[in-house]
Design a binder for this molecule. Structure first.
Ligand code: PLP
Length: 439
């Protein structure tokens, strides 16, 4: 079969509209159809499209210099961006290593964790524990620690072994328990795996604070991360949180882990960091880790040609300035509560919906138990034709069950846009229910 263009698209048989432009919370195709960006693309366009201040900041930087190589120069924008990220981060997470994608950010965090133990003189700590249903990226290293079954299944023979614990997935609890009566067996399982694998071999545990692409905004119960961190500390294991999707204000706090008041050792960032204006991502590293490496080799063995790209750094810095100046994180917390109240009403009105959950502007809708598969994609298609963009969430495969979508609009969503989003979502669910009635 010949493809219909030279671009290899995600699904060969699908026809993708040609985008014309983006403005605010809308994207437009070349036929003039408007799409309300109900998922910020890939939970990325956090301040909406076509913001003139960001474009101006990139142009200003391009007029100075677009590219410098990190082993030859640093730039004012990269310095300022790192300082800003450190000021957003909790505790002693002070230092920033720039990369270009979320996959690179999590993989770099893993490498830094291994390097930390080696340079501290602790030999043998090389295993990375992770969690089923987590997603940390598509490169081999980040995929090895990803429990997103459909994305990893083809490459399993090449992936390093990463012992995984079950997800804190209350809607379909893998332990058949229910919170608050349970004793958090999902957190206690970490201790079992640590003891089984041997803490002397374990460098770090990595997870998404709120499970995004795989689980549809699965929010672990209260005290879950306090217990996880306690176990990591007790057994001498670094705690890496992957805030690629949840970070930079998306959940109504700077970072999702802040909801639990826990300070990790490393944070991986991407996506919303530059809100899609230019590719840039980062690993934030605690002072304790940097101290050990600076007293040892004095360099982190990672990096890419485009690391700390000045034009991308200028874009990210402008995005974060806009978020701060307009107090968008506080607004996301407030508007997120409103959105969740409305999604609960939608759940009541649609028997097909089994659960709604999330924090801030990272909300998940999960279908109940149905024979039919592919409901996420079918809902997304229906919403798309009505002019609403939604994001798929279905990484549990048949083992954990569950299919859903993410609703994650830009932080700049106004009340009238929210009304349009909810009305189109309601309509798309009704259309899907009609379809299911007719087989
Ligand atoms: C939590 C999380 N980590 C890592 C990644 C990988 O980021 P990227 O696609 O930028 O490589 C993603 C992408 O969806 C993600 O959701």
């Amino acid at each position: 079969m010949r493809l219909n263009s030279h671009v290899i698209k995600p699904v060969f048989t699908k026809t993708y509209p040609l985008v014309s432009h983006g403005k605010g919370v809308y994207l437009y195709d070349t036929h003039g159809k408007a799409y309300l960006d109900g998922c910020s693309g890939a939970i990325t366009a956090n301040i909406g499209h076509g913001v003139p201040e960001v474009i101006a900041a990139m142009e200003k930087q391009a007029n100075k210099v677009s590219f410098t190589y990190r082993s030859q120069f640093t730039s004012e924008v990269a310095e300022n961006l790192a300082e800003k990220l450190a000021s957003w981060a909790p505790g002693d997470l002070e230092y920033v290593f720039f990369v270009n994608s979320g996959s690179e950010a999590t993989e770099t965090a893993i490498k830094i964790a291994l390097q930390y133990w080696q340079e501290k003189g602790v030999k043998g700590k090389y295993k990375i524990l992770s969690r089923w249903m987590g997603y940390h990226g598509i490169t081999m290293g980040s995929l090895a620690v990803s429990g997103h079954i459909p994305r990893r299944i083809k490459y399993v023979p090449l992936l390093f072994d990463s012992p995984m614990i079950d997800p804190p997935y209350c809607y379909r609890c893998p332990f058949h328990e229910s919170y608050p009566h349970c004793q958090l067996p999902c957190a206690e399982q970490l201790e079992k795996v640590i003891k089984r694998e041997g803490p002397e071999y374990i460098a770090a545990f990595i997870c998404e604070p709120i499970i995004g692409a795989s689980g549809g905004a699965i929010v672990p119960p209260p005290y879950y991360y306090q217990r996880i961190k306690q176990l990591c500390d007790h057994y001498g294991i670094l705690f890496i949180v992957d805030e690629v999707m949840t970070g930079m204000g998306r959940t109504g706090r700077n970072f999702a882990i802040n909801h639990w008041g826990v300070i990790p050792d490393l944070i991986a960032l991407g996506k919303g960091m530059s809100a899609g204006y230019a590719p840039i991502a980062a690993t934030i590293v605690s002072e304790r880790i940097i101290d050990v490496i600076s007293n040892g080799s004095g360099a982190i063995m990672a990096g890419h040609t485009y690391s700390a790209h000045p034009q991308s750094a200028a874009a990210a810095l402008a995005v974060l300035d806009i978020i701060e100046k307009n107090q968008l994180i506080q607004k996301v917390a407030e508007k997120g509560n409103m959105l969740m109240r409305e999604l609960k009403k939608i759940k009541e009105a649609h028997p097909i919906v089994g659960d709604v959950r999330g924090k801030g502007f990272l909300c998940g809708i999960e279908f109940g138990d149905f024979e039919q598969k592919g409901l996420s994609e079918r809902l997304i298609e229906k919403a798309f034709s009505l002019g609403l963009l939604l994001y798929p969430a279905m990484g549990g495969s048949d083992y954990y069950g569950g299919e859903g979508v993410l609703v994650a609009p830009p932080f700049t969503l106004q009340q009238e846009d929210m009304n349009v989003l909810l009305q189109r979502l309601d309509q798309a669910l009704s259309l899907l229910e009609e379809d299911l009635k007719h087989g």
